[in-house]
Every structure is written in C-alpha cells, then in structure tokens.
Design a protein. Structure first.
Length: 330
C-alpha cells in the first residue's frame, strides 16, 4: 500500500496588508521590505476569523477536488503554531467537527514553517502502515494573532491563510509519495521562537503579547540557506533523481533571497521554482500548500508531475519531500 497526494485546496482572507500600510505602522518602507524579502503584501484574517475557520475553507476545497466521500476520511492532521486554543482542544478536532467528520482521529502538530511537510510524513506513515486510508492534512495559520506590529523585524514578514490536501491509499506505485525527509535541532531554538506563554516562561504576570514571535533574522537566514540546500541535495541523491526531473520546486515562502539561494544551488530554472511570497508573505505551515494551490489553479500542475517540497522553520525544523501529483488537473 502506498500514499498518494490526491488534491489541494487553499483559502486566503480578503484583507490585504500592503507594504504601504506598514509604512504607517513602523519605521520601514516598501522599497526596504521588498528588497530584503521579496514581499509586497500579505493577507490578514478578520478579528472573528479563526485558524480553524480558514482550515475548514481550504479543506472543503481539497475534499471536493479529491472526489473522495467525506465519510471515507479517517484522520485529520493540522499543522499550526497559531491554534484556536492554547494546548486544547486541538484545531484539527475543531476542523473535523465543523466539516461534519464524526469520530475521526484528529490532532495538531507543531513544526512551525515545516509543519505541512511533517504532516505529509505522518499521513504517509499511517497509510502505508495500513492504519488509515484517507488523511486530510491542513496547514493553517493566523499569524497576525501572534505578531508584534511594533517590531519591524517580524511584522513585515508574516501573513494569514490556509492550505489543505487529501492523502489517500493507492496500490499504484507510480502515484506514490516517493520520499520525505524531516529533521530538527533544538540548539538553535532562540533564532525563531515564541519565548513566553508555556511552562518554560520566567514571568509571573503574562500579557497577551507573551506569545509574540521573536526572530534573529540574520542568523536564521544563514542557517536556513545552508540547511535547506543540504537537505534537498540529500533527498535527490538518495532517490537518484536529478533536479532537472523536478517539474515544480515548491519551497517554503519565507523570503525571496532564501528561495533564490537554494534554487541557484540546485541549478533550478526559473520556471521550476514556485513563488508566492510577494503576495502572501510568510504563512508558516500554510505556505507550501497555498503555493501548490496557486500552480494548481493556474493550470500549471498536472497529474503525474513531480513536486519537490522544501521547508525550514522555528524549532529549528526542516523537511523536504518528493511528491508526484496524483490528482486531476483543473
């Protein structure tokens, strides 16, 4: 039994936060932001719009496109660092209930920007072990809820959104997810983190801002480029696949300079590299599925085409995956 990537769906909030808007909030400029990140705008969820709301919208689209009956879905995994609730209940359980999926296995995982790749690995393992047949995986983030809009080092980067995919059992090896690499190194935890709010907090009196993200930008950039490049080279070499065979290189959309550095190191052509960072910014665990949805809806992603996913995030975590698209084109 193999695991196949059957469908993709996405959701983005209607509100746009442009670089011009940020110029009014912090000491920055459109030119400064775009030159350093490649970002022009990002989407921001409404006050009453939750991470689960966005996840549900993306999931509905992925389910409809998969052709799979919702009653046949037997597990829901949500990758998020901005859950509806701290600790419990899980956002995945809330999403499952909102979708009308009864008594399914549902849980969240926390791997920051690598979350979707981790979720893909979990789905693959459950399916290939025979424990599950149809796994709904979701990357959903309301990062605006944990962003400090007085900190120009982070507020220029992050946005909200969600992406979802249906991973299903198949006996056709040509459809199978080829390989997934994931890793972590907690010794770099202080490069990108939410320092307070958990059991490790040192403050007696915590405010809502306790969970705001903090980042050491320059150090994170250097580690990201080095780690992403080595991980992608490794997964291609281990599977004896040349970079030229990859139809779509879908990196985590954190920063254009990181994406370009990794793409150049792999000798990827411009048409192979998927870019959405300019219009969505960094949406953490939602980034990769949102990017896949973009090429799907533009008609660029067709059945059988090979995708190479690559992500790096707080933790630190990283991951890559070689994934044939086993769904129908739009």
């Amino acid at each position: 039994m193999y695991a196949a990537f059957r469908s993709i769906g996405s959701y983005v909030p209607s509100k746009i936060l442009s670089n011009a808007d940020l110029e009014k909030m912090v000491d920055t400029s459109d030119e400064w932001i775009f030159k350093r990140t490649g970002i022009k705008e990002r989407r921001i969820a409404a006050i009453d719009e939750t991470t689960s709301d966005m996840g549900v919208n993306a999931a509905k689209q992925a389910i409809e496109r998969s052709g799979i009956n919702p009653s046949d879905i037997d597990m829901v995994v949500c990758a998020t660092i901005s859950p509806d609730y701290f600790c419990m209940p899980s956002t995945a359980a809330i999403i499952a209930t909102k979708l009308g999926l009864e008594k399914v296995t549902a849980f969240d995982l926390s791997a920051a920007c690598t979350g979707f790749v981790y979720a893909l690995g979990v789905a693959k393992a459950f399916i290939e072990s025979g424990m599950k047949k149809n796994v709904l995986i979701i990357g959903a983030e309301k990062l605006s809820a944990i962003t400090d809009y007085t900190d120009r080092g982070t507020c220029i980067l992050f946005g909200d959104g969600a992406g979802a995919a249906l991973i299903s059992a198949t006996t056709d090896k040509s459809e199978a997810i080829i390989d997934i690499h994931t890793g972590s190194d907690g010794s770099y935890a202080d490069l990108l983190m939410s320092p307070n709010g958990g059991s490790g907090s040192v403050h007696d009196d915590l405010e809502a801002s306790a969970c705001f993200m903090k980042m050491k930008g320059n150090e994170t950039f250097k580690v990201a480029v080095r780690t992403l490049t080595s991980d992608v080279v490794a997964i291609l070499e281990e599977n004896k696949i040349d970079a030229s065979a990859v139809k779509h290189f879908v990196p985590h959309q954190a920063n254009y300079r990181i994406i370009k550095a990794v793409g150049d190191a792999l000798n990827m052509k411009e048409e192979q590299v998927v870019l959405t960072v300019e219009k969505y910014g960094n949406t953490s665990g939602a980034s990769i599925p949102m990017a896949i949805n973009d090429i799907y809806e533009s008609g660029r992603l067709q059945n059988g085409e090979l995708m190479l996913l690559d992500a790096f995030g707080g933790g630190l975590t990283w991951g890559s995956a070689l994934v044939p698209f086993a769904g129908k084109g739009i």
